[in-house]
Design a protein around this ligand. Structure first.
Ligand SMILES: [Cu+2]
Length: 467
């Protein structure tokens, strides 16, 4: 380890310890690796690791020895050099989820064999800000590797963070990830998991079960990441609305107040919490029906032996404790300016259907399973495209497009309520969603797929080549 990195780790430790120094109970957050003088240089091991999770000893697969993996914190224009050392017993690779960077770098077709190391190098785009993440993307093995613990957040800082209404807020990262342990290891996938997507009985926030966050300020800025394989989080904070300030791809134009917020697998959101009174308030995951299948009418069995994930009762994710006599900051008035795109300017309209074959356990886009040798769509740099997605299945499918962030135009013909850059959009059964996709100057082969990663592994993925 060089001196710089040692210093960096010390600084990181200092940052992590500072809440304790203020006499607060600790709220666990992943370690932070922060860029310095325009450079983030990291050697990251993907390896089986003993960790304590929800108070138990477990052997997970981790990045950098922690669960979740370290948060990479960078600024627009920074150079990132990350060496991924694969100490897993199988091949892997890494996806820079949400970052508009060249497909040659963020390459889902790459295979890094066991015991080998791969170097990722890129520049963080100048106009980027927000909450992103990294996770494995090796076709066929994404679901087991992600479920085993391989995921970490990426935070791209922004000049907008400096406006008083955000600068004075207390910021935290919440990685929402469920897990199921069997003999101290991630539980193996059952045949039904490969159909429904695997959910775990442990609902974890930053690897902890029902932690408490004692706020020292009256306004919180929470960066939320759903890093789960298949679990949806319908989030509600007791006694408080949430003020959505950022979506997958960065800031909205202004805060958007919501009574609750649905986060599908892969999605991110940043919200402001404004405490008006003292007290302890639970962040709940409300029941959500995503249409999971239960073999042989399991749903009528009353108390079947299988935990099917879709809980009928609200579950507590964490408890937020407001500070004494809270006086929240005013809401920010303006955040970002997003391009006003019109479908009239689109050169191409594409149609994409999602279908399922439950008996075979296969999942299709436009009737086909994924083939890395096939190009499904060819696009042109700089073009604006309309993508019309239709879920013809019985389950929800969260659609994810790499490399080229999009805006959601409408859901079932109803205009999307705010302008935002997204890379994941959920489709409920039978739903039709229209997207505006401005193809960036990032030529190459990239992919789009369902972010229930079991469906992705089982074929619900296609190839887009932009030239
Ligand atoms: Cu799916």
């Amino acid at each position: 380890m060089n001196t710089d990195r040692r210093t960096l780790l010390k600084l990181t430790a200092g940052l992590l310890l500072s809440p304790l120094a203020r006499g607060q109970a600790s709220f666990p957050e992943p370690p932070v690796l922060k860029s310095r003088e325009g450079l983030l240089e990291v050697r990251l091991k993907a390896a089986p690791t003993p960790v304590t999770v929800a108070g138990r000893e477990a052997r997970l697969w981790t990045y950098g020895g922690s669960f979740p993996g370290p948060t990479l914190r960078v600024r627009p224009g920074d150079a990132v050099r990350l060496e991924l050392e694969n100490l897993l017993p199988e091949s892997t690779n890494l996806h820079w989820h949400g970052l508009p960077i060249p497909p040659k770098v963020d390459d889902p077709f790459l295979e890094i064999p066991a015991k080998e190391t791969w170097s990722y190098a890129f520049t963080v785009p100048r106009d980027l800000a927000g909450t992103f993440w990294y996770h494995p993307h090796l076709h066929g093995r994404v679901a087991p590797q992600l479920f085993a613990g391989l995921a970490g957040a990426i935070v791209v800082e922004s000049p907008v963070d400096g406006i008083p209404e955000l600068r004075e807020a207390e910021e935290h990262l919440l990685v929402l990830k469920d897990l199921e342990l069997a003999s101290g290891r991630p539980a193996a996938h059952t045949p039904m998991d490969w159909i429904n997507g695997k959910e775990g009985n442990l609902l974890l926030v930053n690897g902890a079960s029902r932690p408490t966050l004692r706020a020292s300020k009256a306004t919180l800025r929470l960066r939320l990441l759903n890093a789960s394989n298949a679990r949806y989080y319908r989030l509600q904070l007791e006694g408080h609305p949430l003020y959505l300030i950022a979506s997958d791809g960065g800031f909205l134009e202004e805060p958007y107040e919501v009574p609750e917020l649905l986060l599908a697998p892969g999605e991110r959101a940043e919200v402001l919490v404004r405490f008006q009174k003292e007290g302890a308030f639970r962040l709940l995951a409300l029941p959500y029906d995503r249409g999971v299948h239960m073999m042989g009418g399991m749903e009528h069995m009353g108390h079947g032996g299988m935990a099917m994930g879709t809980s009928q009762r609200p579950q507590t994710l964490l408890t937020l404790v407001a500070p004494p006599r809270p006086k929240p900051l005013p809401l920010p008035k303006a955040l970002a300016k997003l391009p006003a795109l019109s479908p009239n300017q689109a050169r191409v309209t594409r149609r994409i259907t999602f279908t399922e074959d439950m008996m075979a356990g296969r999942f299709f886009i436009n009737g086909k399973t994924f083939d890395h040798r096939r190009v499904d769509f060819r696009g042109r740099v700089g073009d604006l495209e309309v993508w019309e997605l239709e879920n013809q299945g019985d389950m929800d499918h969260p659609f994810h497009l790499h490399t080229h962030p999009f805006q959601v135009l409408s859901v079932n013909g109803k205009a999307f309520p705010y302008r935002a850059l997204k890379d994941v959009v959920n489709l409920k059964a039978q739903e039709v969603v229209r997207l505006l996709v401005p193809l960036k100057d990032l030529p190459g082969k990239t992919v789009f797929h369902c972010h229930i990663v079991e469906h992705e592994d089982r074929g619900m993925m296609g190839v887009l080549e932009v030239g």
